[in-house]
Design a protein around this ligand. Structure first.
Ligand SMILES: Cc1cc2nc3c(=O)[nH]c(=O)nc-3n(C[C@H](O)[C@H](O)[C@H](O)COP(=O)(O)OP(=O)(O)OC[C@H]3O[C@@H](n4cnc5c(N)ncnc54)[C@H](O)[C@@H]3O)c2cc1C
Length: 553
């Protein structure tokens, strides 16, 4: 096979949008390599991105893999960077696809006495359970929330009427915290399991373009179907899935896990268990307390707090793409900004949701929490992103769970300033920078439901957070013009971007507690859907090794 990288196709050359069908790509390659169309046997996209650094030359940039007739002859004469007129810039080389990741354990004869337990059906728990089930185990899955279909109704009711269900909400329920999200799959980690995660998501219904887009995303609409399909497969493989079942106690004997207590809809019970994957996510505050009481080692961890910022999508597109934005063939644009302030704090944008909405993401009564979500089409009026200030344990001294108390205080203040009815406090950027209360919005209509209460965020958030935001916003506005536009809307408070604690582990087991495998974002080892899924798989590998399953690879 051959690989062609850095193939630049100007957006102005493609009225119908970027080529993506194999037929289109075959025609394109035959023209580019000056070979007959019939000589191109197969083409696939390895990667596609948009290069908008030069606004008068915005391009789709492709890396393609292809099988063509006469490959060896072509490689002999054209390997390397192409310089001939008309084909300058791209690189041609030999290509061997990497071997796909395969879960390396299988259940041998005379399987384990007890089924392992997986706590949490977010990406970490779901991928861990899937790998265990495919290895031949039949794990019990405990999920405190409800199946995704019911959960969608519970969350919609909350957004429409402000009736929060503490058992089933944006943080809790099948699919985990990212179910009501943009379904962004970008990650900072490098791991051979990422390809497996993406392929598995596609097998369960995610859009195929996540396999090659530089910034892959599924959208909340596609993600919900994926989660339901994963559940069907887990059931087919013999998993015992228990919804509305909250882990609320752990018992160890000589540091070995022996029993778990479960608080279930029909009444509490105990479960004998020797191996447990614990993937509770970053909002399982009662679970952190329970772990602390059970003697599991927890550490305080830095995290971030702040607001959601909202702009009109078309304004961001114009800044990011220039006139090419009006062609209608480019994806809704995003941004990524970070400012490091004197004194050591950072202010950065996080989890940008192009064409999306700001959502109410509380899981506790009397708290207001913001986050963001988009559909796959990303075709909403606004673009929103987290605008966060880094905080460290020095900001919330005390026990390892003091970060949770810090988050709660902010969320309660936001709830009260919002009016005590799950409306969120909001302010325009212009008023925020002038430190005067907002009484109404401008051209950017806040998308947050059930609604916003215009106020002065300097009275809601700690002074150091407001100070940091007010220093960073003008600098961010210099990098992305209009980012600090007076009409942009700030909605508070964003507290759940990562976990405030870490469950200390050694070789994937909780320090000093055999049989307990904490993983995912809540345990402090992942940040986002992809890395949580990867961490879940790695925890499943460690659990299988510890159970003595046969290593087949
Ligand atoms: C609104 C929103 C949007 C987001 N957008 C993105 C995005 O676009 N891209 C991205 O990469 N990340 C996004 N994230 C972050 C992402 O969702 C998390 O990083 C990821 O879900 C973490 O996976 P996890 O499996 O570790 O935990 P979670 O997904 O939080 O799953 C934990 C699960 O455990 C359950 N649970 C908790 N405690 C217990 C217990 N005691 N007993 C039984 N069950 C329990 C919870 O109900 C939950 O279902 C978003 C998060 C939110 C809230």
């Amino acid at each position: 096979m051959i690989k062609l990288s850095n193939l630049r196709i100007p957006v102005t050359a493609r009225k119908a949008g970027p080529p993506s069908s194999e037929r289109d790509l075959m025609a394109y390659l035959s023209g580019l390599l000056e070979i007959p169309p019939s000589a191109v046997r197969r083409v696939s996209i390895l990667r596609r991105s948009v290069d908008a650094r030069r606004k008068n030359d915005v391009c789709f940039v492709y890396t393609l893999a292809a099988e063509i007739d006469g490959e060896e002859e072509l490689l002999k004469v054209r390997t390397g960077k192409q310089t001939s007129p008309g084909a300058a810039g791209f690189t041609l080389e030999r290509y061997a696809p990497p071997a796909p990741y395969v879960f390396p354990y299988r259940l041998g004869p005379g399987g384990p006495a007890r089924a392992p337990v997986v706590v949490g059906m977010g990406p970490a728990g779901l991928f861990a359970a899937l790998c265990l089930a495919r290895a031949g185990l039949r794990p019990i899955l405990l999920e405190r929330g409800r199946p995704v279909e019911e959960r969608v109704r519970d969350v919609d009711r909350f957004w429409q009427s402000g009736l929060l269900d503490e058992r089933s909400n944006v943080q809790f329920g099948e699919g985990g915290a990212g179910t009501f999200s943009d379904g962004k799959l970008t990650t900072g980690i490098h791991d051979e399991r990422i390809g497996f995660v993406f392929k598995t998501l596609v097998d369960f219904g995610a859009p195929e373009d996540i396999l090659y887009l530089h910034k892959p995303h599924m959208g909340t609409d596609r993600l919900r179907g994926v989660v339901a399909n994963m559940r069907r497969e887990l059931l087919r493989l013999g998993c015992d899935i228990r919804f509305e079942s909250r882990l609320n106690g752990l018992h160890f004997e000589n540091s070995r896990l022996i029993r778990a207590a479960v608080d279930a809809a029909g009444g509490g019970y105990e479960l004998e268990v020797s191996h447990m994957i614990l993937a509770p996510g970053n909002s399982a505050r009662d679970t952190f307390e329970m772990l602390s009481k059970a003697g599991v080692h927890l550490s305080a961890k830095p995290f971030s707090v702040g607001v959601r910022i909202e702009h009109r999508q078309r304004d961001i597109d114009l800044v990011q793409y220039g006139r090419a934005a009006t062609l209608g063939t480019l994806p809704a644009s995003d941004y990524k900004l970070a400012v490091h302030l004197a004194g050591g704090r950072s202010v950065y944008t996080f989890c940008v949701c192009p064409g999306g909405s700001v959502i109410a993401a509380a899981s506790e009564a009397g708290h207001a929490v913001t986050n963001g979500m988009s559909a796959y089409a990303r075709d909403g009026e606004n673009c929103n992103g987290g605008l966060l200030v880094s905080v460290t344990p020095a900001d919330y001294p005390g026990s390892p769970t003091a970060g949770v108390a810090f988050q709660r205080a902010l969320e309660k203040a936001a709830f009260e300033h919002g009016g005590g009815n799950y409306y969120a406090p909001a302010q325009t950027v212009g008023d925020f920078l002038a430190k005067r209360p907002s009484t109404k919005g401008g051209s950017v209509r806040p998308s947050y439901k059930p609604g916003v209460t215009w106020t002065n965020l300097w009275e809601v958030l700690p002074a150091f957070v407001c100070q940091a935001l007010s220093e960073a916003l003008p600098e961010m506005g210099r990098r992305v013009r209009g980012f600090d536009a007076p009409d942009a809307v700030l909605t508070a408070v964003e507290t759940r971007s990562s976990s405030p604690i870490r469950i200390d582990r050694e070789k994937f087991q909780a320090v000093g507690h055999e049989g307990l495998f904490p993983c995912g974002e809540g345990a402090g080892y992942a940040g986002g859907i992809t890395s949580a899924a990867v961490d879940g798989i790695r925890a499943a590998e460690a659990l299988c090794a510890s159970m003595g399953l046969e290593r087949v690879l």
